[in-house]
Design a protein around this ligand. Structure first.
Ligand SMILES: C[S@@+](CC[C@H](N)C(=O)[O-])C[C@H]1O[C@@H](n2cnc3c(N)ncnc32)[C@H](O)[C@@H]1O
Length: 304
């Protein structure tokens, strides 16, 4: 076998080092832990910025970053793909509305986490559905939806809750009238939905700051993560749920490894899983959810 020792392999080695350095810079300057992502995904996204800045190699891109540190924001924006919509995957919301929420909402204190919420369409859709399921009974419940993302710009949009008409095309006119107020060409989410949601910036690779949750949704986020990264995050969700709590993944995602053995599949079509009731835990949880302050979670930040 002939070993590659020529200039090409030296160049490849240097590029690999520069790629690793770029991941380290993202962690140091933006708190993004790239270890969970697939390298092919990272390279695909990084190369968009290499092309945009005219850098022909990772080494040259590092030099560019040194001269223009504000470029890191563009790199972050390209890494976090924010595509989403209201009531994305209608069948999942139908399942939630008919089967899960009526069960979950029998408790007086309910905590839900929309992890990777992008610009807020998912948590607002959940809030609408909860209003629909509970109606007047909502006044006797405390329902909190934690909605998190790593992307601060997306979260600011989510917290503002202002959408163009075309972003609301999956909502009926009656939902639009009930839950939004028109402001010029745009539509603003009413306070009745907003007050249920707590937006926060956090990296899913870190320990979750919430515990004893009734339901976690993390849909269309893990597709960019490596298998190990997915398993790590899925186990964190498992641990953050109360016994009997539910977890919903994206329609194209599956559980592997330890999480696939721990969770029980409730409805494969809608990708609904449940953390089994442990024999030691009563079926009705007496404790409301609580939020931990974790020093290790360097990116957790409330957005209002
Ligand atoms: C395609 S959107 C999914 C939005 C919504 N869940 C849905 O299904 O419509 C993926 C979101 O995951 C977020 N994301 C990616 N990596 C993340 C990480 N490590 N921690 C937290 N959020 C992350 C991105 O910023 C982006 O907003």
């Amino acid at each position: 076998m002939i070993e590659e020792t020529g200039p090409e392999s030296v160049q490849q080695f240097l590029e690999q080092m520069a790629f690793k350095r770029l991941k380290k810079i993202l962690y140091e300057s933006a708190g993004l832990n790239c270890d969970g992502y697939r390298d092919e995904y990272l390279k695909r996204r990084f190369e968009i910025r290499l092309r945009a800045t005219g850098a022909s190699t990772y080494g040259k891109y590092l030099l560019y970053l040194k001269k223009k540190p504000e470029e890191i924001k563009n790199l972050l924006n390209d890494l976090t793909v924010n595509y989403t919509m209201f009531f994305r995957d209608n069948d999942v919301y139908t399942y939630l509305g008919k089967n899960l929420l009526p069960k979950i909402l029998t408790s007086t204190n309910v905590c839900i986490w929309s992890a990777g919420c992008a610009t807020g369409e998912e948590p607002y859709s959940l809030a609408i559905l909860i209003h629909k399921v509970l109606g007047q009974a909502l006044v006797n419940r405390k329902v909190t939806i934690f909605a998190s993302d790593i992307d601060k710009d997306a979260l600011s949009k989510a917290a503002k809750g202002v959408y163009e008409k075309k972003q609301l095309s999956t909502l009926s006119d009656s939902l639009l009238n009930q839950f939004f107020t028109q402001e010029g060409d745009a539509f603003k989410v009413k306070d009745s939905l907003k007050q249920m949601i707590c937006f926060e910036q956090l990296d899913l690779m870190n320990l979750p700051p919430h515990q004893n949750l009734d339901l976690v949704l993390c849909r269309n986020v893990m597709i960019y993560f490596s298998r190990e990264g997915q398993q790590h995050v899925h186990m964190n969700f498992y641990n953050a749920l109360k016994s009997g709590g539910y977890f919903i993944t994206g329609k194209t995602e599956i559980l592997t490894g330890e999480p696939s053995r721990k969770f029980v599949s409730v409805d494969f079509g809608a990708r609904v899983y449940q953390k089994p009731y442990s024999s030691a835990t009563p079926k009705v949880d007496a404790f409301p959810c609580f939020t931990q302050t974790l020093a290790g979670n360097k990116t957790l930040q409330r957005i209002s």
